[in-house]
Design a protein around this ligand. Structure first.
Ligand code: SF4
Length: 220
């Protein structure tokens, strides 16, 4: 798979924020968000084609217990399946960071899903080819449903959603009703709080339950 970079750093977002992790950044993305901060993995993909063995070797050299498979969109690559398996064998905790438009049966301890709303679509003037393609691809609720059904997960919204109207507001309502319960009130502050505060984790019994930071159970 094409890899833009492999490096060790501190996770800055979500439930594992402040956890030292090795990041494997896949190069290539099926979206073109207007605010993309990793153009080296999307608009101008860079990197080398590395085998699973080469990636595992570099991850091992960097050490640590947590690995983040990110991008670009790592779920573009079927090699993620053997890579996840190998990392699991090495007892690494695996986070997959995805926009939630593609599914792979990958070994993963935390599916970190960042759905892209309409405020991510680049303008047709700037990106005449990618604008309609991005808008068609970004909204894949069936994929998100499957990911949250099958994995411990967190949902993160990269940008505030204050400007989302109409179809996106409905999509947010739909997402909350399905994935994040109980629904409280819908306003921008709460959406941000919900997006950053909720996670799903496994109890020691192995049964997966959903739990908010405050302790409220929201799904089983
Ligand atoms: S999904 Fe991520 S990597 Fe892809 S274009 Fe959007 S922000 Fe960039």
């Amino acid at each position: 798979m094409k890899v833009a970079e492999i490096y060790k750093s501190t996770q800055g977002e979500g439930i594992l924020a402040s956890t030292e992790s090795v990041f494997v950044r896949a190069s290539g993305c099926n979206l073109r968000c207007r605010y993309c901060d990793t153009p080296l993995a999307s608009f101008e993909p860079r990197g080398d084609d590395l085998s699973v063995d080469q990636i595992v070797e570099q991850v091992e050299q960097l050490g640590g217990s947590h690995v983040v498979l990110t991008g670009g969109e790592p779920m573009l690559y079927a090699e993620l399946i053997p890579l996840g398996r190998r990392l699991r064998e090495k007892n690494r905790h695996i986070t997959v960071e995805t926009a939630g438009t593609l599914y792979l049966p990958v070994a993963c301890d935390l599916m970190s899903i960042s759905p892209k709303l309409s405020n991510s679509t680049p303008s047709p003037a700037d990106e005449p080819k990618w604008s309609p393609r991005h808008d068609r691809t970004r909204d894949a609720p069936d994929v998100i449903r499957r990911l949250v059904r099958e994995y411990p997960y967190q949902i993160k919204f990269v940008k505030p959603v204050q400007k989302c109207l109409g179809r996106d507001a409905e999509a947010m309502l739909d997402a909350e009703q399905q994935f994040i319960r109980p629904v409280l009130f819908l306003n921008a502050q709460l959406i941000d709080r919900i997006a950053h505060s909720f996670c799903r984790h496994k109890k020691s019994s192995g049964k997966t339950v959903g739990r908010a930071m405050g302790g409220e159970r929201f799904c089983a």
